[in-house]
Design a protein around this ligand. Structure first.
Ligand SMILES: *[C@@H]1O[C@H](CO)[C@@H](O)[C@H](O)[C@H]1NC(C)=O
Ligand SMILES: *[C@@H]1O[C@H](CO)[C@@H](O)[C@H](O)[C@H]1NC(C)=O
Ligand SMILES: *[C@@H]1O[C@H](CO)[C@@H](O)[C@H](O)[C@H]1NC(C)=O
Ligand SMILES: *[C@@H]1O[C@H](CO)[C@@H](O)[C@H](O)[C@H]1NC(C)=O
Length: 411
């Protein structure tokens, strides 16, 4: 499989020598491949301003999720791995992961348009006097750190603070732009639950221990975030399929609504729907007029040869082929990492008819089995869940810029 992956991708590599550029140019003339027609803009980095305008117009019709990863041998990381916010376990360059540098040389290329490289100065200028809140699990923190390190490269005057109970946050003083991360696993509030000696509805059904999840109460870590931030980026998903904590038998999720148990008891996937419905209307009711609400789709995991606690690992050093992606993630294959697309079905249903926009990072990320920390850090289990930084979530932020531009253009 590995050999086939290599072959597949070598076709898409950006030519490394002048003679091969010439050769590929001839190939382009002789073919009608969109990829070739769009290729010239890849040669300059960052792109000149006029390309920016052309790409913007085409982006209105663009499906950013439909594309491929292109190798660019001259690309370099957009920020230094010495950025202090990078959690050590995600710092693949510092830890000498064999492909730690290579990870940053792949660029996502949507089929119908271009996804522009992040321009931090433009971002800071466009979001003057703005506050952006990332709300969700550690994968949203991973994305938040990427954005912070990218902006810090060009604007050093930063004040650390934690607005509205954020876990971490910063203001870029020169632009009065605040970005913050609010840590919440389920979005809804949850606490340990134990059977009461005096009995109750759940006790009568035989429940002894578990977690009480209040489907209509936001976690206090972010309850103030919607009224504070101008732009909010929500995610949830990983913890709903986390049997270590929410063991279906020993410590199940017990859902409560308006303070009383939901009966008959519901499974986590039904609970997720209820939580999403309530949290989305909570955000809509609290957000200031003109506020931008974004729901990020599920980040895929890449455990192969077993799940995370069964010796699973991710040892790839190049993105997967499209065929392998389908083998790993197609819902009908019911593989180890099947939850990625399943969670998305819940998310899409939940925002239908709401004012939320979707940030769809799933499919582009499914290819990137090479971009996880893996063995790094010498932990007992490999990390095929989070992403190396610098790395993939940099591209999520490119997509965020495109989505924000589209939203602003449509207003
Ligand atoms: C966009 O592309 C993805 C990946 O190919 C596909 O799954 C999705 O259905 C497409 N979305 C639309 C709106 O066509
Ligand atoms: C990574 O490599 C550098 C240079 O060879 C070395 O100084 C450093 O100790 C290595 N770090 C780890 C975590 O192995
Ligand atoms: C700074 O930005 C915040 C929004 O994040 C805004 O409420 C505040 O008025 C701005 N401050 C100044 C001095 O413009
Ligand atoms: C998917 O696989 C898991 C075990 O890996 C199994 O418990 C579950 O029933 C399967 N689901 C379907 C729909 O086949």
């Amino acid at each position: 499989m590995a050999a086939r992956d290599k072959q597949h991708h070598s076709k898409n590599h950006i030519p490394r020598s002048p003679s091969s550029i010439l050769f590929l140019s001839f190939l382009c003339i002789a073919s009608f491949l969109t990829f070739c027609l769009l290729k010239p803009s890849l040669k300059t980095f960052p792109p000149p301003k006029n390309i920016l305008l052309v790409a913007k117009r085409s982006s209105e019709l663009c499906n950013y999720s439909d594309g491929l990863w292109i190798y660019d041998s001259v690309a370099s990381a957009r920020y230094s791995h010495t950025c202090r916010e990078i959690f050590k376990g995600w710092n693949c360059m510092l830890s000498n992961k064999s492909n730690g540098v290579e990870i940053t040389k792949w660029r996502w290329r949507p089929k119908q348009c271009d996804l522009l490289p992040f321009d931090p100065v433009r971002f800071l200028e466009r979001h003057r006097d703005t506050s952006i809140g990332f709300v969700g699990d550690s994968l949203n923190r991973n994305m938040f750190v990427s954005l912070f390190c990218t902006l810090k490269q060009v604007s050093n005057d930063v004040k650390k603070w934690r607005p509205a109970k954020a876990d971490r946050g910063f203001t870029f003083l020169q632009y009065n732009l605040t970005i913050a991360y609010h840590r919440t696993n389920l979005l809804a509030r949850y606490n340990r639950w134990s059977a009461s000696a005096s009995g109750g509805l759940l006790e009568s059904l035989g429940y002894k221990d578990g977690y009480r999840v209040d489907v209509d109460v936001p976690d206090s870590a972010w309850a103030e975030a919607p009224s504070f931030h101008n732009i909010i980026i929500l995610n949830t998903g990983h913890w709903w399929w986390a049997p270590v904590k929410f063991d279906p038998v020993k410590s199940p999720m017990l859902f409560f609504k308006e303070g009383i148990p939901v009966l008959p008891p519901i499974y986590p996937d039904v609970g997720l729907d209820m939580v999403l419905k309530h949290m989305i209307s909570f955000v809509e009711s609290r957000m200031q007029p003109g506020g931008i609400k974004i729901l990020r789709t599920q980040s895929p995991r890449h455990f192969e040869g077993g799940d995370w606690d069964k010796g699973g690992s991710c040892q790839h050093v190049e993105p997967l082929s499209a065929k392998r992606v389908e083998e790993l993630f197609a819902v009908e294959h019911n593989g180890t990492n099947v939850e990625a697309r399943l969670v998305n079905e819940h998310l899409h249903r939940a925002i239908a008819g709401s004012g939320f926009h979707i940030l769809d990072i799933t499919h582009m990320s499914e290819f990137r089995a090479d971009a996880h920390p893996g063995k790094l850090g010498g932990k007992k289990h490999d990390d095929c869940l989070h992403w190396c930084l610098p790395g993939l979530t940099d591209t999520w932020n490119d997509l965020l810029v495109a989505v924000l531009d589209d939203i602003k253009a449509s207003r």
